[in-house]
Ligand binder design. Structure first.
Ligand SMILES: NC(=O)C1=CN([C@@H]2O[C@H](COP(=O)(O)OP(=O)(O)OC[C@H]3O[C@@H](n4cnc5c(N)ncnc54)[C@H](O)[C@@H]3O)[C@@H](O)[C@H]2O)C=CC1
Ligand SMILES: O=C([O-])CC(=O)C(=O)O
Length: 326
């Protein structure tokens, strides 16, 4: 091992995504097979013991790239010197909870975490927010880290992107590797817009009928989270962990020539998306930076769908603004 270990902080480490995610990080899939990692696990005090149990299992994996595990219940310590932060822990919606209540409860988590990242993370910090509502939680954290470049805060829509790839691959009867330039726009919620407008199969434009898009593909992708909960009795965990691995691996190592992926990134106003919100866009990654793909023509159908999801994000931003969370 020639390289110094990269510090990776995972919040919600004792949760179900954490359980799937940590072993993949330890095995080298987050950053590459030549990059040692040190894990920094953050949990609430009541779940520290469970996180210790997971850490024991990580030890038992004897992973060659795992250079150490530390467990914290204090965000200030957990983010000290961290290079990659995966913010998975969040307050789930409980019965009778309104969207505003959920945003408020999560503000109590993501505000101090943003402050702790601002105070102590490494200068090359990259943050991925997985915990829902992911886009607005990312906005809250980002707004409390004024010394960190805003583009270091991202929200996960890679799971939606992967779901879209899988659905289209099944429909066309081709492997996912044949598909390029799918895109998720907007919020990681049921209003998201999975777009095939620029998608290619084997280098040619994808042609599918509009009825299938509207009545099957889009709702299947957008409501997949709910369908998994219905079937499994628990929300997506291994697929979410897998998408988090993909998101960070791509961010660090780049997108292949002639393709893009999807991520929730801070809007610079591109495509009429309100500046400053964290919205999903088609993005490329190069030299450790995600960039919004520019210059795409947006047809009327796509325009209406993008606008609807962005309107929801603007509403969430306005709510957290009113609550004094940003
Ligand atoms: N963006 C996406 O595509 C997806 C997002 N999610 C979201 O990811 C989140 C985590 O999901 P699961 O692991 O299944 O939930 P879980 O409930 O199994 O685990 C969450 C963990 O977070 C911890 N936690 C709560 N507050 C914390 C805090 N302030 N600091 C550190 N840890 C804290 C809890 O103690 C718990 O161990 C949920 O919000 C879920 O909705 C899930 C799937 C996909
Ligand atoms: O709704 C949830 O908690 C899970 C989720 O985000 C998804 O599966 O897309």
């Amino acid at each position: 091992m020639t390289q110094a270990p990269v510090n990776v902080t995972v919040t919600g480490a004792a949760g179900q995504i954490g359980y799937a995610l940590l072993f993949r990080i330890a095995s080298g899939q987050l950053l590459g097979q030549d990059v040692p990692v040190k894990l920094r696990l953050l949990e609430i005090p009541q779940a520290v013991k469970a996180a210790e149990g997971t850490a024991m299992e990580l030890d038992d994996g004897a992973f060659p790239l795992l250079a150490g595990i530390d467990i914290f219940d204090d965000p200030k310590q957990a983010f000290e010197g961290t290079n990659i932060a995966l913010l998975v822990g969040a307050r789930p919606r409980s019965k009778g909870m309104e969207r505003g209540d959920l945003l408020e409860a999560n503000g109590g988590i993501f505000k101090p975490q943003g402050e702790a990242i601002n105070a102590g993370a490494a200068s090359d910090i990259k943050v991925l927010v997985v915990g829902n509502p992911a886009n607005t939680n990312a906005l809250i954290a980002q707004s409390h880290a004024p010394d960190v470049p805003a583009d270091r805060f991202t929200a996960m829509t890679r799971l939606d992107h992967n779901r879209a790839l899988a659905q289209l691959s099944k429909k066309l009867g081709v492997p996912v590797t044949e598909l390029k330039k799918l895109a998720i726009w907007g919020n990681h919620s049921a209003t998201q817009y999975p777009s095939v407008q620029h998608a290619e199969v084997g280098g040619k434009p994808v042609e599918v009928d509009q009825a299938w898009l509207e009545s099957d593909f889009i709702p299947t992708v957008a409501k997949r989270g709910a369908a998994i909960i219905e079937a499994r009795g628990l929300s997506s965990a291994a697929s979410a962990a897998s998408a988090a691995i993909d998101h960070v691996y791509t961010w660090v190592n780049g997108t292949p020539e002639g393709d893009w992926t999807s991520a929730g990134v801070v809007s610079d106003g591109s495509y009429g998306v309100a500046e400053g919100i964290i919205s999903s866009f088609p993005v490329t990654a190069k030299d450790g930076k995600y960039e919004i793909v520019q210059g795409l023509e947006i047809d009327d159908f796509s325009r209406a769908r993008i606008d609807a999801s962005v309107a929801e994000l603007v509403e969430e931003r306005d709510t957290v603004q009113k609550l004094g969370l940003i």
